[in-house]
Design a protein around this ligand. Structure first.
Ligand code: RTP
Length: 155
């Protein structure tokens, strides 16, 4: 009842090419499912350069930007849209710090990654970016709004 008064957010989560190629897709999806968030979009996708540039436009001036674009477009990614109360901050917690060596054990990066430039997963950093990135990576028809058939135990 309390949670239903809070804001339901959207976030964009992406298994990056290293995560796909290392066979971590199921493991990563599983962590968000087990937490209790709702999956509203899911696809395997080869990201075109233009989309990678738009997604990371705020990082254009960074020295690592060209390598970041090469990395994200180097093979298919798994794009996901997740929905829930507090999902943006909670997903960032599940993912862990950008540098996997600083990420806590128990987080995705803390458990499964070593290098910042190969940190297996992306998660939106604000509710606004959650909406922006979901709309950037998914067509409207690819997103499913659905309600569990039985009352949810989670909110
Ligand atoms: P993300 O957007 O992927 O969830 O990552 P983030 O917010 O934790 O980190 P951000 O600072 O937005 O950086 C985006 C991605 O750029 C790569 N990166 N490389 N020094 C480096 O080589 C460096 N710094 C950042 C990472 O893949 C990071 O996730």
């Amino acid at each position: 009842l309390v949670a239903s008064l809070e804001q339901v957010e959207q976030t964009y989560i992406m298994v990056k090419p290293d995560g796909v190629q290392r066979g971590l897709v199921g493991e990563i999806i599983s962590r968000f499912e087990r937490k209790g968030f709702k999956l509203t979009g899911l696809k395997l996708f080869q990201c075109p350069k233009e989309l990678a540039e738009e997604h990371y436009k705020d990082l254009r001036a960074k020295p690592f930007y060209p390598k970041l674009i090469d990395y994200i477009t180097s093979g298919p990614v798994v794009s996901m849209a997740w929905e829930g109360v507090g999902v943006v901050a909670s997903a960032r917690k599940l993912i862990g710090s950008t540098d996997p060596l600083q990420a806590e054990t128990g987080t995705i990066r803390g458990d499964l990654a070593v290098q910042t430039g190969r940190n297996v997963v992306h998660g939106s950093d604000s509710p606004e970016n959650g909406r922006r990135e979901t709309a950037l990576w998914f067509k409207e028809v690819e997103l499913c709004q659905w309600t569990p058939a039985q009352a949810s135990w989670l909110r």
